[in-house]
Design a protein around this ligand. Sequence first.
Ligand code: NAD
Length: 504
Amino acid sequence: MKPEIKELVHHYIDGQFVTGHKGDLFVNVNPFTNEKINTVSEGTIEDINRAAAAAKKAFKQGPWGKMKQEKRLQYIYKVADLIDRDVEEIALLESYDTGLPIAQTRKMVGRAADNFRFYAEMVKNRMSGEAYHVDDEFMNYTIQKPVGVAGLITPWNAPFMLETWKIAPALATGNTVILKPAEWSPLTANKLAELVDEAGLPAGVFNIVHGFGETAGASLVAHEDVQLISFTGETKTGSEIMRNGAASLKRFSMELGGKSPIIVFDDCDFERALDACVWGIFSFNGERCTANSRLFIQESIKDEFVTRLKERVDNIIVGDPSDPDTEVGPLIHTEHYENVKRYLQIAKDEGAEVYSQPISETHKKGNFVAPTLLLNVKNDMTVAQEEIFGPVLSVMTFKDEEEVIDYANDIKYGLAGYVWTNDMKKGLRVANAVEAGMLWVNSQNVRDLRIPFGGSKNSGIGREGGHYAFEFYTEMKVVHVALADHHIQQFGKKKQSLQTEAKH
Ligand code: NAD
């Protein structure tokens, strides 16, 4: 199934679809066939300058900055309604562009509309502050103001969901936005620009500059008129961005890489733990920041668990991402495919056993990596320490609780963790001890929009989601008001009175 696709993807700047300043284009490729989908405008510093000028104007002079909250939020609800209307088309575009199975993009895209509604509601409920009455002399109160121009930089692994998760709170709180989507997945970002345009948001409020990180992305980060950067992507890119944004003192939110442990004790609900483990690593083609890519299985159930894992891996449906039955599709890009393959070779070189089903001849044109188990892995191996970001599970064993906590924490990442046991006291102890921003006990990666999302250690700085996004996209201002004529020191009057005193 092929969606309808425009031959050219343009930037969206100041309410217009425009070509780039230099007119350069890059080719967007389908991961299932590795054939060209279409061409995309390649953003330059001049395009970022144009977008920043439009966003600044819309914030400072345009109607957006001065608009009544209720009216602003009507636009946000309108975007949500348009996403709902076009869910099927967006899901198809996303699947076609990224190789994610259509059954999974349908679910994800559905949640994107919720992002807009959720943050519109949150702004209604949280545009409030604190107030203090001080000794009948003062009233101090806080108000939340939008920060200004928000620069949003996103990855390709769940593009529409991750973009809207940033755009919705940024716009709902009254900022203007420049989005730099990932170069490997421009289609749904472009579709979003079309929906925003249709919703009639004032020109300059929402802008997209396509292109590469080192040029368009870096120019956005360095721009003086962009007050904040919300970034999701690799850890090393995050640290590069923080370096580049230091000169203009950016406010940063960093959602970075992960290598999350799933700890399976022998007293767990075996079948549910197995389901969660398989889904957690192989859904979204394994290209998922919170994937449970390190399995720690208690020694006493290792043989049975691994046998059952192999059975599952043999039977996962790998294939055309547009087929609703497909469970694992091709990886996003040949470059990423080569990188994942490189890790499989490293695994062999380090002494691990690589177990996977063969890829069918009919799929040889696509970037397919079969769901893979790495057996006999030790925690200090490269494949246990580095993020592979593909359908690859490193399997390790442990003796007891103390040992597994040490293993789980002996890594630079700290995004997520999963614990399976029917001993709740133990489950909560482990959840408490594992160094990660998010822990799931007897549960796979399910979450509620009200709950903050983010990692510790090298997996991130700050939190997205819930009211944390509201804090990030607003600036708190304190207003001090005098309630009475309190004492004010009178500098410059003392000399006069001293002179008068001296005369007498
Ligand atoms: P990436 O870091 O290569 O790219 C992400 C974005 O940053 C892209 O838009 C890219 O063009 C841009 N970029 C690259 N270099 C830049 C620079 N110097 N300045 C400004 N922008 C630059 O990441 P990716 O490969 O697209 O995504 C995969 C990574 O994202 C994985 O590490 C994954 O764990 C992480 N991720 C994290 C979360 C989370 O919430 N923690 C969610 C999804 C993905």
